[in-house]
Design a protein around this ligand. Structure first.
Ligand code: M6R
Length: 608
């Protein structure tokens, strides 16, 4: 996955492109580059490494020109290097392209172009795109882009400039995100909204196979057969500041602190005392709900962990069988799906390749799909039958935090919505669950007010080589997420186990000084968890437990305890995950890791 930007206006393009790229570095950061048209010539500056390397290079070789494109890369085809960095030019240097996605048939296209005399300089799949456009160019860049695109298989969001038509930028997308920003006599393209927010809040959300032709006179949207496309302007309501760090040292910390608000926003107008759960974008009728005999929840990473909570909660409140699956497994294992299957897809970005493929597979086989996503206009939101947006706002840190808690909230909302339609809970019970749910933002704030204890814990354990997480029921689901958070940003080896599995193998790993983080919030399982804690402390482990206020048995068994405000057991994950996020954060800081951009990872995995 990569980030692309483009600019057409009256100002110098290069600083605007760099500023836009700085907001997209979360999409990839192994190399970056810009291309700007200077009169009848395209100049490219690009290099391996973070954006600051590019800025240094540009300070020595400034680029002049008012039309340009930029790119921040996360390598797929071809290692991170100066040559493989985008933009890529065509052989004669008249066409320059930035690309996010994968050209699946690039080897065939490359061979074909080579047979026509084209020479390639990079190892990337992308380089075939400018070469193809040059091949098809007969005086009309739009026509040439359309013809080139018709030869490409795979996913792409691309920006194209041509020195023979110096005032123009052409962009198109398929299966990779792309927006067009509409300023005053200046226009932008970008992979994501934060890149343009300092300049405009009015944007077009491009659909697959729509082309944007941008000049200083405006933006024309075309279909593949060159018919003009009319589209509503989407007005972004969140502020440019929302996409910045807002006074915190890292995006991750800012996003952890945004959780109370994100939880509240996600419930707004959906969960109200005395009123039925209302979901505008879920059109399922009572009859259709009655017809469902099985639910699949499919997702990747943190979103998958939210799905595990979903299984426990929906089965408990709605009494329907729920299977949770990792999207990359689901899509290839010939799952049993029919018209009576409901699939709930969870994806913060709405662009995760495996999740999107799983959605398509389910739809192909007749399932109804609800998408839980954070990104309006994302691929998942466009392809699903019903949508439930998580109103977390932009999540920039690679480690997902506020998206996770809002995914949990979305799951509770769906469970209540179904329970209401299927009468699996009395209206009094639903009211009491809603009441407790509405108190979660305040309780989450309370957990955030207790950071010092967690910081002290991080000081004590950050040098450990392995840290284990244990839990039963919903605490096991949270343990999985706590463990993922820790490993992805601190690089400490970590595993999460279901407490009952301990004796079936994992206990062999426990020795003097092993750190175990144990969840003990679920009332019917606390005694069992206390036994698990004793089993590991007896063998020398140091145990940090999290539980609700007043659970003295846990305090007696564990070495350290983090108390959470009391809530219903089903809501424990919302509060319990916060200390685990903070612990991972503080450990990562102590170890000097790059919290927001952990090595080898990208924010959204838009390729397999
Ligand atoms: O955008 P998605 O929710 O589909 O992303 C899924 C995972 O890639 C994501 O949750 C990943 O595991 C996070 N980096 C975890 O913090």
């Amino acid at each position: 996955m990569c980030g692309i930007v483009g600019f057409v206006g009256k100002k110098q393009a290069s600083p605007i492109l760099i500023e836009g790229l700085s907001k997209l570095e979360y999409r990839g950061y192994d190399s970056a580059g810009v291309a700007v048209i200077d009169k009848d010539h395209i100049n490219v500056v690009k290099c391996k490494g973070r954006l600051e390397n590019l800025e240094n290079k540009l300070s020595k070789h400034p680029l002049k020109g008012i039309v340009g494109i930029g790119h921040t890369r996360w390598a797929t085809h071809g290692k991170p290097s100066d040559i493989n960095a985008h933009p890529h030019n065509s052989q004669d240097g008249t066409i320059s392209v930035v690309h996010n996605g994968i050209v699946e048939n690039y080897l065939q296209l490359r061979e074909w172009l080579m047979s026509k005399g084209y020479k390639f300089v990079s190892e990337t799949d992308t380089e075939v795109i400018p070469q193809l456009i040059e091949y098809f160019y007969k005086g009309d860049i739009v026509e040439a882009v359309i013809r080139a695109i018709s030869k490409i298989k795979g996913s792409y969001a691309i920006g194209v400039i041509c020195s023979k038509e110096p005032g123009k930028l052409v962009a198109v997308r398929k299966d990779s995100p792309l927006i067009v920003g509409l300023g005053k006599n200046e226009y932008y393209i970008a992979s994501d909204i934060p890149a343009v927010l300092n300049h405009t809040r009015d944007i077009y959300l491009l659909n697959d196979n729509e082309f944007a032709v941008i000049t200083e006179n405006g933006v024309k949207l075309l279909s593949e057969d060159k018919k003009e496309v009319k589209k509503d302007i989407y007005h972004v309501t969140w502020s440019a500041n929302a996409a910045e760090k807002g006074g915190f040292e890292h995006f991750m910390m800012k996003e952890i602190h945004e959780q109370p608000k994100a939880i509240r926003d996600t419930m707004t107008s959906r969960i109200m005392p005395g009123k039925p759960v209302t979901l505008d974008d879920i059109k399922l009728t009572k009859e259709q709900i009655e017809n469902i005999d099985k639910i699949y929840i499919v997702a990747c990473g943190t979103a998958y962990h939210a799905g595990i909570v979903g299984k426990y909660v929906i089965e408990k409140l709605v009494r329907m069988p729920v299977e949770v699956d990792i999207a990359s497994e689901f899509r290839y294992r010939n799952p049993i799906i029919n018209k009576r299957t409901l699939m709930i897809i969870i994806s913060q970005s709405g662009e995760t390749a495996d999740t999107l493929a799983a959605l398509r597979e389910a739809k192909k086989r007749g399932a109804r799909v609800i998408a839980v996503t954070n990104v309006v206009g994302s691929s998942v939101s466009r392809e699903a039958d019903d949508i439930l947006y998580t109103w977390a706002g932009p999540e920039i840190a690679v480690a997902s935090t506020k998206a996770y808690v809002t995914q949990l909230i979305a799951i509770y909302i769906i469970a209540l919505f179904f329970a209401q339609h299927k009468n699996t809970l009395s209206s009094e019970k639903i009211e009491s669950i809603k009441k407790e749910m509405l108190s979660l933002p305040i309780k989450a704030e309370k957990v955030l007010g207790n950071k010092e204890i967690i910081q002290e814990m991080a000081e004590k354990i950050y040098k450990n080589k392995d840290i284990f997480f244990l839990g039963r029921g919903l605490d096991y689901a949270v343990a999985l997420e706590g463990s993922l958070k820790l490993k992805e940003i601190s690089y400490i080896h970590s595993e999460a186990y279901a407490g009952g599995e301990l004796k079936h193998g994992p206990i062999a790993l426990i020795e003097d000084g092993t750190v175990v983080i144990a969840g003990a919030t679920q009332e019917n399982l606390i005694k069992k968890m206390v036994s698990n804690i004793e089993e590991v402390t007896t063998r020398g482990a140091k145990v940090l437990a999290f539980t609700f206020e007043g659970n003295k048995d846990v305090e007696r068994a564990a070495d350290y305890v983090i108390y959470l405000p009391k809530t219903m057991d089903i809501f424990a994950p919302v509060l319990a995950v916060i200390p685990l996020q903070l612990l991972a954060y503080y450990i990562s800081i102590k170890k000097g890791c790059d919290v927001d951009k952990p090595r080898n990872l990208a924010k959204s995995v838009t390729v397999e």
